[in-house]
Design a binder for this molecule. Structure first.
Ligand SMILES: Cc1ncc(C[n+]2csc(CCOP(=O)(O)OP(=O)(O)O)c2C)c(N)n1
Length: 685
């Protein structure tokens, strides 16, 4: 068992138990420096698995860092994708790449994505981040090895909270059924998940009895005792006829006193002072060259900044948020509006909120925080989006008003069939929150960035879809959907702070668009605009229209400002907060009265653009009328790790990109008008 040269079969390096312990400690240090440099990431879980990681990569697995795709290598599947930095350090220490490279963690374009992506980094076997999928991937790889007559092992690392995903148990059953003795699963039993103790959120123990009953060999060890770890891997390799699971009891945040057993350190990175204290505790203050490592991260970031500046459309001056002396904007995460509404309206006895282990961050915890009388209507279901969705449908069938939410990619994609059949087909009154949608989760990377959710949600019969533009509108929309709207409904909002552009007086009528018009430059951005219901709006024969949803509304407003300042163009903005049922009349009117329509969505192009196109092409009123259209949105690609506002630039969904598109379309409009004028003139001669 060791690192091998695949061409000669010779051992490159073997580690003693003492050396493995030392490597694990050093890896903890590098981990914390990388997290500090990134400014985000998961300290608790990466520290809890580091002893297992060192043993796996430097001792237990047979692999060759010079030949990452050696067909006979053991496979290591990092199902617990948020612990990516420990995987990267395992690979680096094994010699796959220099350890300093990991310092670009979570930055735009880095191979060290927030969650592992095998297409970006040799040595990473599969792409993970959506919990509960790794064991199924392992089953597939184990079956392939059997078909090919190969003897290598498939190691699969999971978390204990992750065991709440039903898919884990489907895979566990398959591995048992097929007697896949080439699978060695390891569970990092640190007893914590995001919302608190696993036993409180949703009990998964006794894992030994559960796995045994599924036909697995079970080993239980202290996951920080290197002798026990090494011994367990040896025993596991020798088991025949059934898969093996190693239940490793660990401490979340292991090695750093102020992180140990603290749920608050789940998804948090140390600042510089905390890093120094942590390194001191690990005995690494002298050993690790922190400054050069942080400098490596800074240099990489400087290059990212340079590339983004070069990529952005340019105007006579900088119009970026709060760049000038006027048009100042206040920012607040849209998710806050969701929480406020639940806090305000939760006394209605029918309201039941379902927790999916991400409660504080998406603000659904506001429903019960400081309100003990509501405790029985807060139902924690753990990391189990599929079952929770159908359970919500069950609650709705009995007259409750269930609300569930998670990252949009888990609450509107992971559970899509449950939304389709149990909620929509049955037409039940369930409110689904797609939180942290679009690029707003930034450094977590592509697996966590919902850029496709609106296709599915608006495509489902009976489903209504609302995409509010700021925290204030999110609050109004949540209140309406929760208490007034009786059918399946999806609300999509963001994590990052975005401009607040509406206030209490701004109209919000479900199914009816608002028209927003720039009136005059003002000290405060929001005051420069006037908003009214589209149905009440009288055309001012504007030059163009921008139809936008969600966080693209403030961007569209800023684009209108750029277009007015730079070219004198007047823009009609339609806030299409209700994507379904869509306000077709407002769209047709905008097209007829301005002749140029741009759609803007922080989503793959199409959820809004194709819907608007189909309305325009179907409209009798527009038949024979010249119309110029364009679409701003994500262009058929996955996201990336990076700061949210960097991603807005990288994915070309900023006001500047809208303004550039508008300029191009206005040039077509002018050309077309000139052609028509000259044709009319020549006909007259
Ligand atoms: C399908 C899915 N749902 C939700 C999340 C968000 N999430 C990331 S980590 C985590 C908690 C994981 O708990 P556990 O497996 O115990 O890991 P640990 O506490 O050791 O970090 C959650 C809910 C996710 N990544 N995937």
């Amino acid at each position: 068992m060791a690192l091998r040269d695949s061409s000669t079969g010779k051992v490159i390096r073997s580690y003693s138990v003492e050396q493995l312990k030392e490597a694990a400690n050093l890896m903890r240090g590098y981990d914390l420096v990388a997290l500090c440099a990134a400014g985000s990431g998961h300290a608790g879980g990466t520290l809890s698995v580091m002893d297992l990681t060192a043993a796996l990569y430097l001792h237990a697995a047979e692999h060759d860092p010079k030949n990452p795709s050696w067909p006979d290598r053991d496979r290591i599947i990092w199902s617990t994708g948020h612990k990516a930095p420990s995987l990267y350090l395992g690979l680096a220490f094994a010699g796959f790449f220099p350890v300093d490279d990991v310092m670009t963690l979570r930055k735009l374009g880095s191979p060290f994505q927030g969650h592992p992506h095998w297409l970006k980094l040799p040595g990473v076997e599969v792409s993970t981040g959506s919990l509960g999928q790794g064991l199924s991937l392992s089953v597939g790889m184990a079956l392939a090895a059997r078909l090919d007559g190969k003897r290598h092992k498939i190691f699969c690392l999971m978390g204990d909270g992750e065991q709440q995903e039903g898919q884990v148990w489907e895979a566990a059953m398959e591995a048992g059924h097929f007697h896949l003795d080439n699978i060695i699963a390891i569970i990092d039993c640190n007893r914590l998940q995001i919302d608190g103790l696993v036993s409180d959120v949703m009990q998964v123990e006794p894992l030994d009895a559960k796995y045994s009953s599924f036909g697995w060999e079970v080993l239980r060890i202290d996951g920080h005792d290197m002798n026990q770890i090494v011994d367990a891997f040896k025993k596991a390799r020798a088991v025949e006829g059934k898969p093996v699971v190693i239940l490793a009891d660990t401490v979340k945040g292991k090695g750093v006193s102020f992180m140990e057993n603290q749920p608050g350190w789940h998804g948090k990175a140390p600042n510089r002072a905390e890093l120094d204290t942590a390194l001191k505790e690990l005995g690494l203050s002298e050993r690790l060259r922190v400054e050069p490592l942080l400098q490596k991260a800074r240099d990489y970031q400087a290059e990212v900044d340079r590339k983004l500046v070069a990529k952005m459309p340019r105007f006579t001056r900088d119009y970026w948020w709060n760049a000038g002396g006027d048009m100042k904007v206040r920012m607040e995460p849209t998710r806050k509006g969701f929480g406020k509404s639940l806090a305000e309206n939760g006394d209605d006895e029918r309201v039941v909120c379902i927790g999916l282990d991400i409660s504080g961050s998406i603000t659904i915890n506001e429903f019960y925080s400081g309100k003990p009388a509501r405790a029985n209507r807060w139902i924690s279901m753990g990391i189990a989006e599929q079952s929770a969705t159908a359970a919500a449908a069950g609650l709705a069938r009995e007259g409750k008003l269930p609300v569930l939410g998670s990252y949009a990619t888990f609450s509107a994609a992971r559970n899509l069939d449950q939304v389709r059949v149990s909620v929509c087909y049955a037409n039940l009154n369930v409110l689904i929150a797609g939180a942290h949608a679009g690029v707003s989760v930034g450094p977590d990377g592509a697996t966590h960035q919902a850029l496709e959710d609106l296709f599915a949600m608006q495509g489902l019969p009976n489903m209504s879809v609302v995409v509010p533009c700021d925290a204030v509108e999110t609050r109004k929309a949540t209140t309406y959907l929760l208490l007034e709207h009786k059918d399946p409904k999806y609300i999509r909002f963001a994590r990052e702070a975005t401009p607040v552009v509406t206030d209490e007086k701004t109209p919000f009528v479900f199914g009816q668009a608002n028209v927003i018009r720039l009136r005059a430059v003002a000290p405060n951005f929001a005051d420069a605009f006037e908003t009214q219901l589209a149905a009440n709006y009288k055309s001012e024969s504007e030059d163009l229209s921008i139809i936008a949803i969600g966080p693209m509304i403030p961007e569209a407003m800023r684009a209108a400002y750029i277009l007015k300042q730079e070219y004198g163009y007047e823009t009609r903005i339609l806030n299409m907060h209700t994507l379904k049922p869509i306000d077709a009349e407002a769209i047709v009117r905008a097209a007829r009265e301005t002749g140029v329509v741009i759609t803007a969505e922080e989503h793959q192009i199409g959820a809004l653009a194709w819907r608007v196109s189909s309305i325009l092409t179907e409209s009798r009123e527009l038949y024979g009328q010249p119309l110029i259209t364009g679409a701003i949105g994500v262009k058929d690609r996955f996201g990336d790790s990076g700061a949210p506002w960097e991603l807005v630039k990288e994915l070309e969904v900023s006001a500047e990109h809208i303004a550039l598109k508008a300029m191009k379309l206005m040039a077509f409009k002018k050309e077309a008008t000139a052609r028509e004028t000259s044709q009319t003139a020549s006909r007259a001669i």
